[in-house]
Structures are given as C-alpha cells and as structure tokens.
Design a protein around this ligand. Structure first.
Ligand SMILES: C[S@@+](CC[C@H](N)C(=O)[O-])C[C@H]1O[C@@H](n2cnc3c(N)ncnc32)[C@H](O)[C@@H]1O
Length: 197
C-alpha cells in the first residue's frame, strides 16, 4: 500500500520540488563523484527517486545500464517521467522486501529518501537482499541535528532524524567511505555513505 501521508505531502510539493530542494538537500550535486565503476549492462536502482534528479545523473554515468527509479509518490514520478530518460523504467510503489528479486542490483542509490521511510531496519535489510554479493550502496541524507525543535519540524515534513540512519548503515554494511558535512552553521549535518553488503 502507498503510504497516504507521503502521497499527500508530495501532491503539493512535487510542483515546487526541483525549484526549492537545491537550497537544503545538499550533497546531491556531487553524488556522482561517489558512484562506483560498474561493468556495462549493470543493474541499478534509484530508491525514492522522486523527480528523477539523481536517476538522470545515473543515466548519463551508466549509459549501458538498466536503471529503475522507484518511488511511492505518483506526483513525483510524473515529473521524473517527463525527463524522457532512455534506459530507465519507473516503478510506483513503496519500497519493500518483495519489490525485487534477491541479488538483482549492482548499485542502489538513495538520495534523501531513507530518512522518510518507515521501518528503516526492514528497509536496510531489503537493500541488502536486493544487492548482488558485490553490489554497492550510495546514500546521501540528513544525518543529525543538535536542535530538538528542528528535528520536530522536520518530522512534520516526513523526515526522521531519530532513526540514526548512518549509524545503522555503518553497522549493517561494509563502509568504503562516509563523509559528513555541516549545513547552515550547524543547524544539521548531512552525510554521504558508500558501502557494500
Ligand atoms: C526528499 S525526496 C528525494 C527524491 C530524490 N531522491 C532526490 O534526491 O531529489 C524523497 C522521496 O522518497 C520517496 N519515498 C518516501 N518513502 C518512500 C517509500 N517507502 N518507498 C518509496 N519511495 C519513498 C518520496 O515519495 C520522495 O519522492
């Protein structure tokens, strides 16, 4: 089932998403520098692809690959589809363990989507299952904030700082690199994680 809160939220935010998110979803424009070398015909999942900004970069970075953009919001996916990307298929569904076959992907990317997902342990378990044995995971997302009021406000915007995503990633995956940076003078930090299962 599609989480209705996400669908409703992005019904209103999808039209302004690409014009506004550059101002606080940092680390996305440099994410490609963390993409691994992959063989031609690699299989790639962009998890919570939204309007397809990262999917498009994947497309140009891996022109011979099969790329899937999955998202729970039809409004975000409509915008992603309008990019007319060649080697991409789009899936409208909430990510779950039966979304794909085990060992299907050489690379899974998740840009600012994991902190919006419920049951993060199950989601990380599913990612592990869906990666090939030597598959790679590249994540950029909100990391932490010292300000409880900011955390509370972000929760209203469906972002959950409490899940401690990067601690869980470090525990669940073999990290190749983790880079953490501060935003807006320490209001929050965001991190980029590269790892494998
Ligand atoms: C902040 S946007 C990021 C979009 C895109 N990755 C980017 O970097 O611009 C988060 C996206 O995750 C999607 N999302 C949230 N929970 C999801 C879930 N359980 N399954 C699939 N997509 C989900 C939302 O619909 C939204 O499009």
């Amino acid at each position: 089932m599609i989480p209705s809160s996400i669908s409703n939220y992005y019904k209103w935010h999808a039209p302004i998403y690409d014009f506004t998110r550059w101002s606080f979803l940092f680390g996305r424009s440099s994410l490609m520098h963390h993409f691994p070398l992959l063989a031609d015909n690699a299989s790639i999942l962009d998890l919570g692809c939204g309007t397809g900004a990262i999917t498009e970069v994947l497309c140009y970075s891996y022109p011979e690959s099969e790329i899937i953009g999955l998202d729970a919001s039809s409004h975000m996916l409509e915008r992603a589809k309008s990019r007319n990307l060649q080697n991409v298929s789009w899936i409208h569904q909430p990510y779950q363990s039966n979304s794909f076959d085990n060992g299907q992907f050489d690379l899974i990317t998740a840009s600012y989507s994991l902190t919006m997902m419920n049951d993060i342990e199950q989601v990380l378990h599913a990612i592990k299952m869906h990666l090939k044995p030597d598959g790679k995971l590249v994540v950029v997302d909100f990391d932490s904030t010292p300000f409880p009021q900011f955390s509370k406000w972000m929760k209203r915007n469906r972002v959950n700082f409490d899940v401690q995503l990067f601690n869980k990633l470090e525990k669940g995956f073999a990290a190749t690199s983790i880079q953490t940076q501060s935003a807006f003078g320490g209001l929050y930090s965001y991190s980029t994680f590269v790892g494998s299962k």
